[in-house]
Ligand binder design. Structure first.
Ligand code: KET
Length: 526
């Protein structure tokens, strides 16, 4: 197709010659056969139509002449897919010569005197964009896919697999989807805050339907893009309404927490959480750090099944944490990504959050249905803000909607309907609880088997019982970066570099192999 710029040079695409044979045949025979090819060889012309036709060429070119030449000789130019159109080349020679002369500095290059028009250089505007590192968690799955070994195991991402190591779609999810088909639901936009039935169901599941905060209308619930999107929405809210506040994050924590607050430009610092000496909770350290933080900070807490350590505070410890938070006028911010997955009971796993709500504290809770309903790719979750008055809740909700609108406008409906159908239907709800217990039970069995195999095989007498005290999907093995690399490079066991393995991605049959890999990495790699 002829571009407007091409037309302005007086030629239609692809060239004046091919478009008008008369012009071609009007050139004397000798000239056609000998002179034109000779001229072309001499000029060694490579031409990128786009470059040539760019009106702001010199301005838009940030690189020096030398760099251009270098990148041209490195083959970037032709790789970038420039089209060399015979007729256009000839027709645009005068333009390119002018452009070259403008941009080329005086040179004593050995080619000087020979007009070398390497104007096919189509250097991307993205030359300065550097390669991003792979994501520490999702990048592991990419590496796993590329491995051709039969032995490979993906224990990186926290995603539930069956004993056959296949992804699992819950029966209740299939039934809920069937209901949706039967009802012939439409695909209209949802309101910015999401599906009403979902928002009601999700808040009730978290706080308990009879919770006074819900009864009094003090909870602002907004459906969002799973746990991550909900955290991000809240982070944007904090950035706008609490510009001087810091978020305290446990050390260690889920790899994406820091990214989320960094991206929202919310400053954060860490509080002690994990004690490698006891392979348990550094409770005193945690309290000290939360106390030492400036008043009115946000304290990010994992509602249950702390990721990556699998170590949760006891109910008594939760109470003491709440005391300090209250004393310091901090704002608790719960991330609940594993409700039902830690203990197998939805209520038990929500008890930390409920302890804080019962005290009348204002707080944030981000929820996710990726794990407990296996809706990883549906991106279904919510941000809940418990306020001290219904009026505050209404205003907070209006601002969350205001933030969501330019970000993603409104959330997807499919996952929201699944959750609403499952939670809203007593028989599906019961079936879900059974399925969740099954999933949590399978992980517990795998955990036990890994411990048994490690204890059997490790003759050094090392105590591996910490694996049994950890809960949830993961085990924090204590393997360091180099040892984790050995697990992957030698044993084809894919895991995050902080030593975390997802037991949800392991089968009973593979536990022995995993134990051998752990023992080899632990004792033979420093
Ligand atoms: N919070 C925590 C603590 C968490 O582990 C995850 C996911 C999320 C939130 C967000 O999940 P979402 O799918 O956005 O609802 N963790 C697993 C997956 C991931 O990293 O994205 C993981 O740690 O493997």
């Amino acid at each position: 197709m002829a571009s407007p710029a091409m037309l302005s040079t007086g030629f239609n695409s692809p060239s004046a010659f091919t478009a008008n044979p008369k012009v071609w045949f009007s050139i004397p025979f000798l000239c056609r056969i000998v002179l034109i090819p000779a001229l072309l060889c001499y000029f060694n012309i490579q031409c990128s139509t786009e470059e040539v036709l760019s009106t702001n060429w010199t301005e838009t070119w940030p690189r020096s002449w030398k760099e251009r030449r270098r990148s041209s000789s490195q083959g970037k130019v032709l790789d970038s897919g420039s089209d060399i159109i015979f007729g256009t080349v000839v027709s645009t020679v005068p333009i390119t010569v002018q452009q070259e002369q403008k941009t080329k500095p005086a040179t004593n290059d050995s080619n000087f005197g020979r007009v070398r028009m390497s104007v096919a250089v189509k250097v991307s505007r993205f030359e300065d964009v550097v390669m991003a590192p792979p994501d520490p968690i999702l990048g592991v799955s990419e590496a796993f896919r590329a491995d051709t070994s039969d032995m490979k195991l993906n224990l990186g991402v926290g995603a539930y697999r069956t004993e056959e190591l296949q992804p699992y779609v819950l029966n209740v999810v299939k039934k809920a989807e069937y209901l949706m088909l039967e009802r012939g639901e439409n695909k209209e936009y949802l309101p910015i805050e999401g599906l009403d039935a979902f928002n009601k169901a999700t808040a009730e599941l978290l706080f308990g339907a009879d919770n006074p905060a819900i009864q009094q209308g003090r909870v602002a619930t907004v459906q969002s893009l799973s746990g991550t999107g909900s955290l991000r929405l809240a982070a944007a809210f904090i950035q706008r309404y609490f510009p001087d506040a810091k978020v305290l994050i446990s050390s260690p924590t889920w790899g994406n927490h820091k990214n989320i607050f960094n991206d929202a430009r919310v400053p954060w610092s860490e509080y002690r959480y994990y004690d490698p000496r006891t392979v348990g909770l550094d409770f005193e350290g945690m309290l000290e750090d939360v106390k030492a933080a400036q008043d009115g900070s946000f304290v990010l807490l994992h509602g249950c099944a702390h990721n990556p350590t699998g170590i949760d505070p006891t109910p008594e410890q939760w109470s003491k944490i709440a005391d300090v938070i209250e004393e310091k006028n901090h704002i608790p911010f719960f991330d609940v990504a594993y409700q039902g997955f830690a203990s197998g009971s939805l209520d038990e796993d929500a008890s930390s959050v409920r302890t804080f709500v019962d005290r009348g504290l204002e707080l944030f809770v981000a929820q996710s249905y990726s794990k407990n309903l296996g809706l990883y790719s549906e991106r279904i979750g919510a941000i809940n803000v418990v306020c001290s008055s219904p009026d505050a809740a209404t205003r907070v909700k209006s601002q969350l909607k205001r933030i969501a609108r330019p970000m993603y406008s409104n959330p997807p409906v499919h996952g929201a309907r699944i959750v609403a159908n499952v939670v809203g239907d007593p028989s599906l709800f019961d079936e879900w609880k059974q399925e969740m217990e099954l999933m949590a039970g399978r992980i517990k069995n795998v955990r036990q088997r890994v411990f048994d195999n490690l204890s059997d095989k490790d003759k050094s007498g090392k105590d591996w019982s910490f694996i049994l005290t950890q809960i949830g999907m993961f085990s924090y093995t204590g393997l360091n970066n180099a040892q984790s690399n050995n697990m992957t490079n030698k044993w084809h066991v894919y895991m995050t570099k902080d030593g975390r393995i997802s037991l949800a991605g392991l089968s009973l049959a593979k536990c022995e192999y995993l134990a051998e890999a752990i023992i080899d990495s632990f004792y033979n790699v420093i």
